[in-house]
Design a protein around this ligand. Structure first.
Ligand code: MRU
Length: 345
């Protein structure tokens, strides 16, 4: 049984600290919203859907910490809590979807009623994420043939979704249908989500896995060893341009050059219909230290300049299909994505 990434337990948020995996399985019980904001920034909780769910519960804890019974004062303070979450990580739109839903749920005749409504909404967001990822995994599994070797990047499993997983959910569902599969996993520099988390999750599911460095993907594609690429997403614009972990674009171009299908699996909470162009998606720039160091150990001369964009944008012309819980969408994406997701900005 897979350890749960996020769990609401006795009025606290229990998170599995993903920054310590696979070496240590450490659970943190968080009852202070500042610590949840920090956990998101430090990527103890990570992956687009999981960030949204964690923020929703974090807002519940933020609300609980507000002591006034005056509704206007309460809502003003709650707004500051929400702003703290909105400033934690910019790219995954699930975070902003969750904040917007919590904003709308902050209704009631009294502060007590609003607090009650907020916890119900957070639980609902969590439940919907579980249902959506399960459903999209079952739909996506139809694209995966018996005997396939897939390649995936970063981590898009239960850890990243607080649910069933997206890219890994599809792989798991295909295996549950009796298909024999194996998976190449790119290590995903700089923070090694592939090497540390995806291999860990796939092994627990008993799915054969081969870890490769990010730069080896083209070699294995050229040799005909990869049948398809499947990844998750952090934000999909209305025209199908997709933000996902840095390196995804490179894989999509490579897959295209080798005639290999490239699938994106994501719940509709990852779709941002307010952006008409993918290049409007804000790309998080993280600390250069994540590049100059590996797990705290320096690997470059001290003081060397390093860049660290955490995500890139894949144009829809490289995407064979986007797998959602509402169906499998193919080009033209502007048409197919209509009515999916929501407008968040
Ligand atoms: O920076 P991270 O680890 O939060 O980035 C995660 C990804 O890029 C995942 O592929 C994406 O969120 C999909 S999660 C199902």
């Amino acid at each position: 049984m897979m350890a749960r990434a996020i769990e609401w337990l006795d009025g606290k948020l229990r998170i599995l600290d993903q920054s310590k995996l696979p070496g240590e399985q450490i659970f943190n019980d968080l009852d202070n919203y500042h610590n949840i904001v920090l956990a998101i920034k430090e990527m103890k909780v990570r992956g687009a859907p999981a960030i949204g769910v964690a923020a929703a519960y974090g807002i519940v804890l933020g609300a609980a910490s507000i002591k006034t019974a005056n509704k206007d004062e309460f809502l003003a303070q709650l707004n500051r809590v929400m702003q703290a979450f909105a400033a934690s990580r910019p790219t995954a739109v699930n975070l902003f979807q969750a904040i917007n839903r919590m904003k709308k749920a902050a209704r009631g005749d009294s502060v007590a009623e609003i607090k009650n409504s907020l916890i119900n909404e957070a639980k609902q967001i969590h439940e919907e994420e579980v249902t959506a990822t399960k459903k999209l995994s079952q739909l996506g599994a139809e694209l995966i043939k018996d005997g396939f070797t897939l390649l995936t990047h970063c981590n898009a499993g239960p850890l990243a979704t607080a649910g069933y997983g997206t890219a890994l959910g599809v792989i798991k569902a295909a295996q549950d249908q009796g298909k024999k599969l194996s998976v190449f996993v790119t290590e995903t520099r700089p923070l090694l989500q592939g090497a540390r988390l995806t291999t860990w999750e796939l092994r627990q599911e008993g799915i054969p896995v081969t870890l490769i460095t990010d730069s080896m993907a083209g070699y294995f594609m050229k040799r005909g060893e990869i049948d398809c690429v499947i990844v998750g997403a952090d934000r999909i614009a209305a025209n199908g341009y997709t933000a996902n972990k840095i390196g995804t674009y490179t894989l999509a171009v490579l897959a295209n050059a080798h005639g290999i299908p490239f699938y994106v699996a994501a719940p509709t909470t990852t779709i941002d219909l307010s952006l008409t162009s993918g290049y409007q998606i804000p790309i998080e720039e993280r600390s250069p230290e994540e590049v100059t160091h590996i797990q705290g150990v320096p690997i470059a001369p001290e003081g060397v300049r390093a860049a660290n964009p955490a995500f890139d944008i894949t144009p829809p012309s490289y995407i064979t299909a986007i797998i959602t819980e509402k169906g499998i969408i193919m080009a033209p994406y502007t048409e197919g994505l209509k009515g999916m997701g929501s407008k968040v900005s």
